[in-house]
Design a protein. Sequence first.
Length: 393
Amino acid sequence: MINKAFPVLAMSIFACMLGSGIVVPLLPLYAEDLGAGGLWIGVVYASYPIARVLATPIVGRISDRSGRKRYISIGLFIYGVVSFGFTLVTSAPQLVFLRLLHGVAGAMILPVAQAYVGDISPTGEEGKWMGYANAAFMGGFGFGPLLGGVLSEYLGMDAAFVAMGSLSIIAFVIAIIFLPEITPQRSAAAYPSLRDMAKSTLMSGLISVRLALSMGMATFFAFLPVLAANDLGLSASLIGTLVATYMLLSAVLAVPFGRIADRLNRKILVVSGCVVSALFLFAVPSGQSFGTLLAIAVVGSIGSAITVPAASALAVQVGREYGMGFSIALLSVAQSVGAAVGPIVGGAVAEYVSLNSAFLLGAVMSVFGAGVFVWLTRRSGWHDGLTHADGLR
């Protein structure tokens, strides 16, 4: 089953994240062309994660009850149609509306596809397959800005949106034809409630890690261009290379580290990756050249590759007890919240303290998330191999 279904799921994840990445460098310019000021540009950016935060838990729980394929397929179709719609907007409010629809479609694709991977991952191979899924996630988001920048420069901004829509529609057709539906093992009513899930210290710990790391990474993406351009005088292409290196190397390393997560204690890997991520963020202000920042970005990609597959494998364990779609959805929500809150908090620190302090705050958050994870899961499975029963306590 997994060998047949996973390529389609990986394409769905890649297409969704490629679309997200394509619009990142284009939205400010596109919104300005429509007459949007700073406030409207902020609203345009925020509308996508807000829609995802609201829609993801609902879609995740419903997909536990009625299957995954229909929501992945519908999400890809909506994502493609909305992408074409970007070429027709004439005002900032219309752009916000399309971004909200894109967020809902993204909630139907990404976490549900990841939950599908969790459903069909053989016991003991969760890290391997979630590592592959994370490679598709990071790879899509890493290639997106590069593709969007090239297409918009040589063919115009509309070409980037058309490419995004076309890829999503192609993925939709492939999903309809080749992705098998899986029958839910039990109804959603048979799963424990959210209140019961809150008793899972492992789930609470994973949420804290995902939230903290997402805040740190969002701070890095938001303020690295400012540091690199203002303090070091780096060009836009070199700054793009730094970001792409982090994303694409994270995608490549997710595969071997996913396999490692099936052989070593996953909890220890989560904490170790958080520590490496903290060191990475702590070192960013010390980068005094492109080469130094490139080396620091490599360290950061290693930290991400250590943490995410191991954390995702643990989330699959929790999902088998509490509902795969809902469990993956909660982690996705934590990531979206961190991505929204991180730049705001980091921006306040940068404005009232210093730019370097924003990166240091991200490092502190990574350590704090790891500390909360250790505290919540301290009673199970740290010295021996993690068992399924240990992971759910």
